[in-house]
Write a protein that binds this ligand. Structure first.
Ligand SMILES: [Zn+2]
Length: 369
């Protein structure tokens, strides 16, 4: 169930789907709304015009025939694949049909075909389809022999897909008139080119692609979603395992030895510089021996330019836990490092005795500036 698209949105949706749209003069106000409801809409219905090859069916579908006033559909799909809009609103195209079919279309619950319609021999049908279906009349003699040009069938697929896409329906919301009323045979043609299951398969396939899709081409995959509004986040994972003595009150820069997950060119291999030109947040794990549980440490990050230290980060006090003679301490730091700077980390032993930094591990997320 859906509210019908506005006339403007109908045109936009068709054009987005690559349909060659021709707006027949007066189509936007040509309707049968004074005779009954228009909407809610549940689907799209395809018809054939039963007109000779040489006849332009557009004027007839706009105005109607002697006993059936127009519009006779919303769009006429000509043999050349152009789609001529002739009505907006209630149109005389669907007529009476089977409520079970309507329910199957609303639910989009059926296999190849909706249940066969049952209300026989030209009776009015139990349900009026005119409020509920968009309709396309397709130029064809309707005798089962007259061939359907490929460009016309493609336009039928595209016009139907455009409405399904815009009304948020699947291909099972598209039926033929013959599936609605048991005395109808349209659309009918040779070689199954306009069989409704076949058309629905093509429409369903089309709906898996963007509206601009050209059959036979591959659709480029959309880029993978990125964090931080499309900016890639990098992961840096560095360790060192060589012991380093920490004398009292003597800051020591941490040099890194092994990289696990960092991106190329994100840190100075074997050095202490780890990053340039990024916002960053780091978890720094430090492993010590000789450090008492109550003894204090401080950790900070250092921003260095070619001219020397540009900025020392705020001191982070560290505490932690003792495990098998070594003490692990974990500290989280964050900052922004400019393109002209490099980032490194420094640890200072604030105790009275020398302790040993047994190793360190840095796990850092960064987002390029
Ligand atoms: Zn029909």
């Amino acid at each position: 169930m859906a509210t019908p698209l506005t006339a403007d949105r109908l045109v936009t949706a068709l054009r987005a789907e690559g349909v060659k749209v021709v707006e027949h003069p007066g189509w936007r106000t040509n309707n049968r709304n004074h005779k009954g409801a228009w909407g809610p809409v549940h689907g799209v219905m395809l018809h054939h015009t039963v007109t000779p090859k040489t006849m332009n069916a557009v004027p007839m579908c706009f105005s109607g025939t002697g006993d059936l006033p127009g519009p006779l559909c919303h769009g006429v799909i000509r043999r050349d694949g152009s789609v001529h809009l002739v009505g907006y609103g209630r149109a005389n195209h669907a007529g009476g049909g089977d409520p079970n079919v309507l329910q199957a279309v609303i639910d989009e619950r059926y296999n190849d075909r909706p249940p066969a319609p049952h209300q026989h021999n030209g009776s009015a049908g139990a349900v009026d389809g005119n409020p509920h279906f968009w309709g396309f009349e397709c130029e064809n003699e309707g005798n089962g022999v007259d061939p359907w040009p490929a460009v016309q069938v493609e336009a039928m697929v595209r016009a139907s897909a455009a409405l399904c896409r815009a009304q948020k329906w699947g291909a099972k919301s598209v039926i033929g008139h013959l599936e609605w009323s048991d005395w109808k045979s349209d659309p009918k043609g040779p070689d199954n080119v306009v069989s409704m299951p076949g058309l629905r398969t093509r429409i369903a396939d089309r709906l898996t692609h963007p509206a601009s899709w050209t059959p036979g081409t591959t659709t480029p995959k959309p880029p993978a979603p990125q964090p931080s509004g499309g900016t890639r986040m990098n992961l840096t994972h560095l360790t060192r395992t060589t012991s380093t003595p920490l004398l009292p009150d003597s800051p020591v820069r941490i040099y890194w030895e092994t990289e696990y997950a960092d991106e190329p060119n994100q840190h100075g291999a074997g050095g202490h510089s780890v990053l340039q030109n990024a916002d960053w947040t780091a978890n720094l794990h430090l492993f010590f021996s000789g450090l008492g549980p109550d003894e204090a440490l401080q950790v900070r990050h250092i921003e260095t330019t070619s001219g020397g230290v540009a900025e020392e980060g705020p001191l982070a006090n560290v505490d932690g836990f003792k495990d098998k003679g070594s003490v692990t301490r974990v500290v989280t730091l964050t900052g922004r490092i400019q393109p002209t700077e490099t980032l490194s980390f420094e640890v200072t032993n604030l105790g009275a005795a020398t302790v040993t930094l047994l190793g360190a591990r840095l796990m850092m997320h960064s987002t390029p500036l």
